[in-house]
Design a protein around this ligand. Structure first.
Ligand SMILES: O=C(CO)COP(=O)(O)O
Length: 152
């Protein structure tokens, strides 16, 4: 695989997702970090995003609810280079019906090398890092080259 670079702008597109037992943790985290989050474009899965909109003054664009396709929609945005950071309070202690979708979302975030936080401590680290507020460059797969290599 050859790689190229992608610039993540100062004002980022940030996806916010939480499983049911962790929704209150993510809501608290969003409330605590409201002023920093308000500088970015926020996206969320259906329930998570709606709760954040209701319980904070943050604007959040919502996809479908996770089990109904929302994780896949966020994953598709990541593959298209439209999401810069994923904050996903993922529950390792409870099974969900859409486990394949959860894995697919985390897999695509890894393929496209975006910064991901899957728990609160990492979200705390990420929001204090230059990745959150500055323009940063990340290395991503060179898709055009990938296609050329596969079709020659
Ligand atoms: O299920 C989710 C993540 O896998 C989140 O979906 P909701 O925000 O709709 O609960």
């Amino acid at each position: 695989m050859q790689y190229t670079t992608r610039i993540l702008p100062c004002q980022k597109n940030i996806a916010l997702v939480a499983h049911d037992h962790l929704k209150s943790s993510l809501l608290n985290w969003c409330t605590k970090n409201q002023s920093k989050l308000s500088r970015h474009n926020l996206w969320g899965t259906g329930t998570t995003g709606t709760l954040i909109r209701q319980q904070t003054s943050l604007e959040v664009r919502t996809m479908l609810s996770g089990p109904m396709g929302g994780d896949q929609q966020i994953g598709a945005l990541i593959a298209e280079g439209k999401i810069d950071i994923l904050i996903f309070f993922w529950d390792p202690l409870n099974a969900v019906p859409h486990d394949p979708d959860v894995k697919a979302l985390l897999r695509l975030a890894t393929v496209w090398n975006i910064p991901v936080a899957t728990n609160q401590a990492t979200a705390d680290a990420l929001i204090q890092s230059p990745f959150f507020s500055d323009e940063v460059s990340i290395e991503i797969p060179d898709y055009q080259q990938y296609l050329i290599d596969r079709t020659k």
